[in-house]
Design a binder for this molecule. Structure first.
Ligand SMILES: *Cc1c(COP(=O)(O)O)cnc(C)c1O
Length: 399
């Protein structure tokens, strides 16, 4: 079948809830993907950071195949021999005492919100069903009705109400706004340490630290959504590590399974995570042995192959190269590790045509928020690959 035939089929039989670049991929390896005509592309999106370990990583693949032949699902009605090791290894890696395994990122966000509310009633003593959670303007935490209830993106909400109450939106990057919004009913503040979908928005230095201190002072939980920024993307294990901040809860997903299988988790202390009692929360597939085994190897690859350090090194190199390019069309480059946003000038027009031009050259990057191009290749990327990409990026962005 030809590219256009695949596209026609998808558009005819599938919901149009995405506007993908018109490239139909059929295999991938490392940083590279190939379309049905055999053309090669450098993946500069990494499935929104779910592919930090690269496409079809051989070690993760081996684990997937091996585990798939042994045991894939028990449900949590029975125990399995992978989940305990996954929990233990996650704790060893992150320093958090306990965690809970889910599947998608949105599901883990919902889990963290439920846990924060439970903590508010059981521990903080807020009157039942009065808890408030503070979030930031421009956030992206997923697509469920509760989560879009506190989105500031009109388009995500317009036709999907009525919404879940109990959320307060304040300006991102402004710790004073959080201080003002905190009241006796405040259970938690939930933030992305860098807003990924919001356009790679990096808050002012000291923001996370100040928010963390405000939360401590006011007996409010600090929840960091590190689904996109976590697991090495920014050159540290967590983006919060750049400010030496340890949130009360961290939400992870995406790269947790190296792109093979949906696995997400919420990390916290024993005091907080211990609040869930049997039956209060769950998921048929959450914590299944296939997902747990895959995630264990995905984490091992991240540390044993030095991907976090490589993200720091290559991220710096990538952004230095971008900064040295002609800046005619570029408004701003925002980068931490290999999470890089290039915001185009208004005079340069919207970002989409640049992404289409990059696609022509064999580079897949996606625009976010109209005017920003995000470059977030797998963390295994090497200098030579960046040099190759840069000749094309230079040409396209200077047009
Ligand atoms: C992708 C993402 C989510 C949602 O994850 P899904 O697996 O798509 O549900 C939540 N928060 C952030 C910061 C994300 O980048």
């Amino acid at each position: 079948m030809k590219t256009n035939e695949y596209i026609d089929l998808e558009d005819r039989f599938g919901a149009h809830n995405y506007k993908p670049l018109d490239v139909v991929l059929d295999h991938g390896e490392g940083c590279w993907v190939y379309d049905v005509d055999g053309k090669r592309y450098l993946d500069c999106l990494s499935a929104y950071s779910a592919l930090n370990q690269g496409h079809v990583h051989p070690k993760i693949l081996a684990t997937l195949l091996e585990q798939a032949q042994k045991l894939t699902l028990t449900s949590r009605a029975f125990r399995n021999d992978q989940l305990p090791l996954f929990y233990k290894e996650l704790s060893d890696l992150t320093g958090y005492e306990m965690s809970i395994a889910m599947n998608s990122g949105a599901e883990a966000v919902e889990t963290a919100l439920k846990l924060a509310r439970k903590w508010a009633y059981q521990v903080k003593g807020i009157e039942r069903h009065k808890a408030e959670i503070i979030v930031a303007d421009g956030n992206f935490h997923g697509r469920t009705i509760t989560i879009v209830s506190f989105s500031s993106e009109k388009f995500y909400r317009d036709d999907f109400g009525p919404f879940t109450p109990g959320f307060v939106i304040v300006k991102y990057g402004d710790a004073d706004a959080i201080e003002k919004a905190i009241n006796p009913n405040t259970a938690a503040v939930m933030l992305e340490p860098i807003q990924g979908e919001g356009g790679v928005i990096i808050p002012p230095e000291g923001y996370l630290k100040r928010v963390s201190e405000l939360c401590k002072k006011n007996n409010v939980l600090f929840i960091a959504d590190e689904i996109q920024t976590g697991l090495g993307r920014t050159g540290k294990l967590f983006a919060c590590d750049h400010e030496g901040v340890k949130p009360d809860m961290i939400i992870i997903g995406k790269a947790l399974s190296g792109g093979f299988y949906p696995v997400s988790a919420v990390l916290s202390s024993a005091a907080i995570m211990g609040l869930f009692r049997p039956g209060e929360h769950g998921s048929t597939f959450g914590g299944n042995p296939l997902g747990a085994a895959v995630a264990r190897t995905a984490l091992k690859v991240l540390t044993e192959e030095g991907l976090i350090e490589n993200a720091a090194r290559m991220g710096e190199y990538f952004s230095d190269q971008l900064a040295e390019m002609p800046q005619k069309n570029i408004q701003e480059i925002r980068a931490r590790g290999l999470l890089i946003g290039v915001q185009m000038k208004t005079s340069a027009g919207i970002a989409r045509p640049y992404c289409e031009a990059l696609q022509e050259k064999g580079i897949l990057a996606k625009e976010t928020h109209e005017s920003t191009i995000r470059f977030a290749p797998p963390l295994i990327i090497e200098k030579e690959t960046i040099d190759w990409a840069m000749t094309h990026i230079r040409e396209v962005l200077a047009k």
